[in-house]
Design a protein around this ligand. Structure first.
Ligand code: GLV
Ligand code: MN
Ligand code: MN
Length: 416
């Protein structure tokens, strides 16, 4: 396999223009995006992406999870495709680049191949995975999880958003139930380019993160049952206070994560109080603990401790406690051949680089179960992500897309 020559570059200006165009769909309230999965804004973003893919001469396939696969054919009809992708859905207060950069850089790779008149032996497929974020429907990376055989399709269809709407119904409503069996496609390789979502690359002044691993995760949904009662007239010793149990469990999660340093994180981003009224002690509190580590033993150890200690905390207050795991993947080691291909592409292109472990989850974590997979990262300002103020520079975006271009080209092979 020959490496592409170092003068091959993507069109950074066109990539940036497309990022800014997509950012107009589902605007947030502070300069970012709210394009949550299976909303009308998601449908609008999908249509825009579809129109760009068709204009670039690609053919679109959609599977039963609504994941979009846009194909540029290869010269060898028997060669398995090289996949490139990420996600177009966002958090409720999402940035313009989380996920979107990977999908639109995949498109930019295709546009550049077209400009340069390059044919590849393997087809190249640009993918938009449905519901990467897990903000509306837990778990995150739902469609890639089904694709990898880790999550059943029926289970995925039955996931509910906070209003009780099901994933299956919402997918139908926006008109994106495809006809392909999920996971039927076979991949020669999968590449995902993403912003770091952390502070390391910027602090180290490196343009490219060569992603070697991704840390594993557990999402533990805790339901605490107290007794609804008047906050003014109920004496302190007669309260069955589910809110207090939640507060103590939050402190405990913080301590468990701190005691597992380095290489562990834990926190809570979502909670629901019922009835959520100022002067009623909550009868029910539901919240999700998110714990992560690249070390599987550490991750599972944290889970066991949190489950045991949460039960003790609740019992001491007379509060009922049940815990259900609603999201999980093991730590991932990416494919060494593809990792070194990314590393040498960065070298060839003259970009500074360092090896890095992904702190966030990505569809690549599930793709790695079924295909040789790796990731590329670029810095983001202040490490800020899942925040509308998330920012990158056009130069950073283009450098990573150049590396993606080279790694994909080397893997898809220039047709003789
Ligand atoms: C997915 O975006 C995650 O890391 O939570
Ligand atoms: Mn993402
Ligand atoms: Mn995200």
């Amino acid at each position: 396999m020959t490496a592409p020559t170092d003068n091959l570059r993507i069109n950074g200006e066109r990539l940036w223009d497309s990022l800014m165009e997509m950012a107009k769909v589902g605007p947030g309230i502070a300069g970012g995006n709210n394009r949550q999965t299976l909303t009308d804004a998601d449908a609008e973003g999908r249509s825009l992406f579809q129109s760009w893919c068709e204009a670039a001469g690609m053919t679109l396939g959609v599977d039963k999870m609504g994941t979009m696969f846009a194909t540029r054919p290869g010269a060898d009809p028997d060669a398995l495709p090289v996949y490139v992708g990420s996600h177009l859905d966002t958090q409720p207060t999402g940035g313009k680049y989380d996920g979107v950069l990977g999908v639109l850089s995949g498109l930019e790779v295709i546009r550049s191949l077209n400009d340069l008149g390059i044919r590849t032996k393997h087809p190249v497929v640009v993918t938009n995975w449905t519901n990467e974020e897990g903000a509306r429907f837990a778990p995150a990376m739902l469609a890639s999880g089904v694709f990898a055989g880790a999550i059943a399709l029926d289970h995925a269809y039955d996931r509910r958003d906070p209003e009780g709407k099901s994933f299956g119904d919402e997918l139908k409503r926006i008109g994106w139930v495809g006809d392909e069996e999920v996971g039927a496609r076979k991949m020669h390789a999968y590449f995902e380019y993403h912003i770091e979502q952390g502070p390391i690359l910027e602090a180290e002044q490196k343009q490219i993160g060569v992603v070697t691993h991704c840390q594993g995760l557990w999402w533990l949904e805790v339901t605490l049952t107290g007794r609804e009662a008047h906050t003014g007239s109920t004496p302190m010793n007669l309260r069955v206070n589910a809110g207090l149990a939640m507060a103590r469990i939050l402190e405990m999660v913080q301590s468990v994560a701190m005691e597992n340093q380095p290489g562990a994180v834990g926190g809570v981003g979502q909670m629901f109080f019922t009835p959520n009224s100022r002067n009623v002690l909550p009868g029910k509190v539901v919240f999700t603990i998110d714990i992560r580590s690249p070390d599987r033993a550490k991750l599972d150890g944290m889970r066991a401790r949190i489950e045991a200690e949460a039960a003790e905390i609740a019992e001491a207050l007379g509060v009922g406690c049940s815990i259900e795991p609603v999201g999980h993947f093991d730590p991932v080691t990416f494919d060494p051949t593809l990792v070194s291909r990314v590393r040498s592409a960065a070298e060839r292109l003259g970009y500074s680089r360092m090896d890095i472990i992904s702190g966030a989850g990505h569809d690549a974590c599930w793709a790695a179960k079924v295909a040789p997979t790796t990731m590329i990262m670029c810095p983001c300002v202040g490490g800020l992500s899942h925040n509308e103020a998330e920012e990158i520079s056009p130069e950073w975006a283009a450098a990573g897309a150049d590396v993606l271009f080279h790694a994909v080209l080397e893997t898809a092979e220039i047709a003789g």
